[in-house]
Design a protein around this ligand. Structure first.
Ligand code: ADP
Length: 258
C-alpha cells in the first residue's frame, strides 16, 4: 500500500495569543505546543511565532513605538520566548530550532534556496523549526514588518500545503466585528477585493502589527500561488484541532481559490 504523503503546514501564532499583559501566556502556549505535538504525527510543521517584543517588555520597560527600543525589546524578548517554547516542547520530547528571517532571505534564488535547505534538513531531522522575523535587522520600509506576510512567503517557498493563522479573532468577517456587532463570519473566501487590501491596519492589541489587512494580503499572496490559508482562533484551539486532525471545518475561515 502506498504511504500517505505527509502534508507540510505553516502555523503562525499572533502576539495577542502567545502573550498576555506583556507576559508569556504560559497556559495558552502549552495548549498550542500540546496540539502541535499531535498534528506533527502526520504532518510536517513549521511554527512562526510573534511575541518577542511583548516578552521583552517583561524584562525591560522601553517604549516599543520607538524604532530602536522595539529592536532592543525584541532582542531581550526573543530568548525569553524561545526558552518558554523549549521548556514546553521538552515535555513532548520535541527538539526545536530558531530561525530568524528578514525579507532579504527571499530576495534571490540563492537566498531562498538556502532557506529551503535549512527547513528541509530541519524537518527531515525531526526537529521543529520556529521562525520569527529578525527585528534587529529589519528596517521600517521593508516589505514584511509583520509575521502574517512573512508566514505566507515561508509557506510558499517551503512548498507548504497550508498556512494556518492563529489569531485573536476566530475568522474573517464581512465587517470589523469589534465595531459591527452584526458582522458575519465568512467560512470560505475564494477571492479578495483589491480595495480590502488598501484599508488601514487594524490590530487589536498594542503589540500586534498586522490587523486583518496583513492577513488578507497573506491570503491573497497564497491564493495567487494556488495555496491555502486558514484563519481561526488561537484561544480556542478546538477549531484548528478539528480542521487538521479530523478534517472538519465548522468554524474559522478558509481562503482558497478553488
Ligand atoms: P494577531 O495579533 O492575532 O495577528 P491582529 O490584532 O493583528 O491579530 O488582527 C486581528 C484583528 O483584526 C481583529 O481582532 C479585529 O480587531 C481586526 N479586524 C478588522 N476587520 C476585521 C474583519 N473584517 N474580520 C476580522 N477581524 C477584523
Amino acid at each position: 500500500m502506498q504511504k500517505k504523503k505527509r502534508r507540510r503546514i505553516v502555523i503562525k501564532v499572533g502576539s495577542g495569543v502567545i502573550t498576555d499583559s506583556n507576559n508569556i501566556a504560559k497556559e495558552r502556549m502549552l495548549n498550542l505546543v500540546s496540539l502541535i505535538s499531535k498534528i506533527r504525527k502526520n504532518n510536517d510543521i513549521i511554527l512562526v511565532t510573534s511575541g518577542a517584543v511583548s516578552a521583552g517588555y517583561t524584562a525591560l520597560k522601553l517604549d516599543r513605538k520607538k524604532g530602536i527600543s522595539k529592536k532592543v525589546l525584541a532582542s531581550v524578548g526573543q530568548p525569553i520566548l524561545m526558552s518558554s517554547y523549549k521548556s514546553k516542547f521538552d515535555i513532548f520530547n520535541i527538539n526545536i530550532s530558531q530561525i530568524l528571517l528578514t525579507e532579504e532571505d527571499f530576495d534571490s534564488r540563492v537566498h531562498t534556496k538556502i532557506f529551503q535547505q535549512i527547513i528541509d534538513t530541519t524537518l527531515e531531522s525531526d526537529i521543529l523549526p520556529i521562525v520569527n522575523e529578525n527585528d534587529i535587522s529589519t528596517t521600517e520600509d521593508q516589505l514584511f514588518g509583520d509575521n502574517d506576510q512573512l508566514s505566507s512567503h515561508i509557506a510558499h517557498y517551503t512548498n507548504s500545503d497550508l498556512l494556518v493563522l492563529l489569531s485573536d479573532i476566530d475568522g474573517y468577517y464581512d465587517a470589523n466585528p469589534h465595531e459591527n456587532p452584526d458582522a458575519k463570519i465568512l467560512k470560505h473566501v475564494t477571492s479578495i477585493d483589491d480595495k480590502k487590501l488598501e484599508e488601514k491596519h487594524t490590530p487589536n492589541n498594542q503589540f500586534a502589527t498586522g490587523g486583518i489587512v496583513t492577513k488578507l494580503k497573506a491570503a491573497q499572496y497564497l491564493m495567487s500561488k494556488n495555496r491555502k490559508m486558514f484563519l481561526c482562533s488561537g484561544y480556542d484551539l478546538e477549531t484548528i484541532g478539528d480542521y487538521l486532525l479530523e478534517g472538519i471545518h465548522e468554524k474559522g475561515t478558509l481562503f482558497s481559490s478553488k
